[in-house]
Design a protein around this ligand. Structure first.
Ligand code: NAD
Length: 416
């Protein structure tokens, strides 16, 4: 799967749901492609006085339901096809949580780990100068993604406002709170995932307060999943966690707050007192009730899906399960909460940020949590009902919900 072109995978997933839905040929063909895509060549002065040339992209995949929305990745492996695929998935993600936005994505092929802060600032501003006329709260709204962060969003918003000579905080989300960011954005992805775990547990008769769980990947999404599982569900036993340096296990339980503190202090989870070492592969096959993959794509495959014992898998990572593994797990009765449903909490709170910026009035943390809970719960129920009615696995059901909504908007506009 890692070898496959990600955009081809995105198109295949759409094809499967179009077939199941009996979608007409024109709508199907229209949804297979981005509506608009831009490529930019950006000359940027580096600190040593030399100019480096960067290749950059912005894809506005589908705007039928509203302005396009999606993050900016700065990564050495970025290509137009990774950006197209991610923009397609953003379209389905915004539709499944029923927010009035389309899907987009952007990227720059670069290695931020080798760049200074001043070089990053010049790249951020150069990107906005190139794309500014295509952005706007009513057009297209970027956000942070891999290797971009709130500081980069702040520089980008400032450059945009300088070009327009007006205040436009809603042009970009994931900003620091001091300049228009939303309360609750930091843990939104994991929080949304835990809300859907709560709903799914009820459906399959699992008591989450007694359930055991394991978390693969211990960054933003994984750390918050570990602590919020207990906080939101009122219990549960964390038995294993891992990061890129390996994992740790203790069947009697690991204190989520303590291991987050340990990770922040030492930079890894290995060596956490009272635990045994375990590999990332072993973690996935542990006898636990709930698994949270929160690291990389393509970790659950045809090769290990048969050994997975979890009853519920909450995909906080993008693309952790290959299509072959999906079939095997569905056949075994494992319930998968697919990525673009399970990790939609982040874009949902980004949307709340855009709304608050637009009417220039800011919500309390409690209000953000309440609204996020409602959106995630409704999204889960729509997908679960479709799964029952269509006898489809959860990922296909999620596609069916999203594609139906986007197709309806395209038809109402008279596009197809
Ligand atoms: P992050 O960079 O904060 O953390 C990633 C974690 O994965 C780190 O702990 C790292 O050590 C670990 N990791 C890296 N390689 C690994 C390996 N081979 N085996 C096990 N662990 C490994 O990233 P994040 O923001 O937490 O994102 C994690 C996943 O969630 C990604 O797939 C991302 O696309 C997805 N996601 C995140 C958000 C968000 O708001 N943060 C939103 C949607 C989707």
């Amino acid at each position: 799967m890692a070898e496959m072109n990600p955009f081809k995978i995105a198109q295949q997933q759409l094809d499967e749901s179009a077939k199941k839905l009996g979608l007409d040929q024109a709508t199907h063909e229209f949804l297979r492609w981005p509506q608009r895509e831009y490529r930019f060549t950006l000359p940027v002065k580096m600190d040593n006085g030399r100019t480096r040339v960067f290749h950059a992209y912005r894809v506005q995949y589908n705007g039928a339901r509203g302005p396009t929305k999606g993050g900016l990745r700065w990564h050495p492996d970025e290509t137009i096809d990774t950006v197209r695929a991610l923009a397609a998935w953003m379209t389905w993600k915004c539709a499944v949580v029923n927010i009035p936005l389309g899907g987009g994505k952007g990227g720059v092929t670069c290695n931020p780990k080798e760049m200074t802060e001043t070089e990053k600032e010049r790249l951020a501003r150069a990107y906005i100068r190139a794309v500014a006329r295509e952005l706007g709260v009513h057009r297209d709204v970027p956000a942070p993604d891999v290797y971009t962060n709130p500081q980069i969003m702040a520089w980008m918003m400032d450059e945009y406002e300088t070009i327009l000579g007006e205040s436009h905080p809603g042009v970009i989300t994931g900003k620091p709170i001091a300049i228009g960011g939303s309360q609750g954005r930091g843990d939104a992805t994991a929080r949304g995932g835990v809300y859907v775990v709560r709903e799914a547990s009820q459906k399959i008769g699992l008591d989450p307060t007694k359930a055991t769980y394991a978390v693969q990947g211990f960054g933003n999404a994984g750390q918050y999943a570990a602590t919020l599982h207990n906080e939101i569900l009122g219990g549960g036993r964390l038995v294993a966690v891992s990061d890129s340096s390996g994992g740790v296990v203790n069947k009697d339980g690991i204190d989520p707050e303590e291991i987050v503190r340990f990770k922040l202090e030492t930079g890894k989870v290995s060596g956490f007192p009272g635990t045994k070492a375990i590999t990332n592969e072993e973690l996935l096959e542990l006898d636990v009730d709930i698994l949270y993959p929160a690291a990389l794509e393509g970790v659950i495959t045809d090769a290990n899906a048969g050994n997975i014992k979890a009853k519920l898998i909450c995909e906080l990572a993008n693309g952790p399960t290959t299509p072959g593994a999906d079939e095997i797990l569905h056949g075994k009765g494992t319930l998968i909460l697919p990525d673009f449903l399970a990790n939609a909490g982040g874009v949902t709170v980004s949307y709340f940020e855009q709304v608050q910026n637009t009417y220039n009035y800011y919500w309390s943390l409690e209000h953000v949590h309440e609204q996020l809970d409602r959106r995630m719960t409704d999204a889960f129920n729509a997908v679960f009902d479709t799964r029952e009615k269509a006898k489809a696995h959860m990922r296909l059901a999620a596609y069916m919900v999203s594609v139906t909504r986007v197709a309806e908007a395209c038809k109402l506009r008279g596009w197809v």
